[in-house]
Design a protein around this ligand. Sequence first.
Ligand code: GAP
Length: 499
Amino acid sequence: MDKSELVMNLAMKRGFFFPTAEIYNAKAGFWTYGHLGTLMKRKFENLWRAYFLSLNNNYFEIEGNSILPEKVFRGSGHLKNFNDPMTECKKCHFRFRADQLIEDELNQNSSGLSEKEIDDVIKSNKLKCPKCKGELSQVRLFNMMFDVKIGATNTEDIAYLSPETAQNAFLSFKREYFALREKLPMGLAVIGKAYRNEISPRQGFFRLREFTQAELQIFFDPGKINEFDDWDEIKEHKIRLITAKHKKLEEIKSIDLNKKQKLPKFYVYHMAKIQEFYLDILNVPRERFRFRELSENERAFYNKIHFDIEVYFDTLNGFKEIAGLHYRTDHDLKGHQETSKEKMEIVNENKRLMPHVLELSFGVDRNIWMLLDVFFVQEKERTLLRFNKRIAPIEIAVFPLVNKDRLPEKANEVYRLLRKNFTVSYDASGSIGRMYRRVDEIGVPAMITIDYETLEDNTVTIRNRDDMKQIRVNINELNDILERFFNGEKLQKLGNIIK
Ligand code: GAP
């Protein structure tokens, strides 16, 4: 079995996620989070919140809507530009994303080509339908938004499921600017659902039709794009990136990215912080992380500077996009001003201006898949998810050594004691070895065993997932010691290793 099958099997068997409505053979691109996946997704979202909203005391979270009126997408440009190239088999009528077809059939990257150029590649290479060898239609553009109708009239009020959470921040900008401190930069974050009618989503959990984004739109004075209060903190940080010009991996200091590559300080500061989030908070190995700049042809229609954040996926055999850092300029506010006729300009520090926007955009689901991919480890006798303790869906597992002799009752007591401070599971259903394997497999960092000694002296063992070492501690100290373990102290510093 290859790694992608192993990880997918584990995810589905243990309740991280599984296809929605699978009993009805439902359409690709829709997934349900099981109990473990839901816990882990919340953890990721909370870490993201805590980290990115604390970058500045004027960054906040809001919550908007998934259904937004058509005019919003006229203003944002999605109605006109949010398209993928599509071709249809004239025989079996299967629809393909034309650029992906070229990639699959010719192993040729076609991102950034126009639909006419993609059509030419298909024709000149005489590509046929991979399913039935039928002739392929002329490539045309397909708008990826799902449309819905509001109310019963059926004639007006067309709306769309939002393909990005970002629009809620643009629509709320003026209200929040005045409700808050009339200060720039001002960040508005949204964590919520996004919907895209992907033409033929494959790759299992990677390309979804309904997914969660965590996005932060930062409104700033474009005259101050080369300023950032905390610049000195990151100016020596080395950023791993591939620029569109050099097309090779480099590690460049923030200060040089600003001075030599002319990337604005406002942009580079947030690059450094995103890299820190992945390397220091989630512990993604440095060599698996990079920024990749998109060329002018590849960039999203609203971006002036666009780097994707990519991590190497073993399960997908390559670096894949999990987030993006986008300089959207005043594209959206200007678009909404023109469409709605509402002024979007503000007065800031006695200056009338249309703010520009820097967007941090993360796909939550892709990040969850990435974490499973990166931290999945197979050892001789066990499989484990060696997650950072902060992202593990369950933090502590409590077991009685045997399911008799008052040990389960004592174990339950410990379970109740710990669950006020941690996410804890309780299991008494098998041999201790088997129970350890089951919790290693879902990445539980600490396991507590209640044995006969516990009944005599009120002590229990704590086992560390990563090296399987154990210490013995008194139950009265358990919460405190676990707190320190979860805050990064080594287990051997918290007690004597007994095994
Ligand atoms: N607001 C900007 C925006 O939506 P994007 O590059 O289209 O930019 C941002 O999407 C992130 O959302 C991506 O980096 C990816 O992680 C996630 N994403 C986009 N399309 C997705 C899909 N079909 N399935 C899962 N995640 C997706």
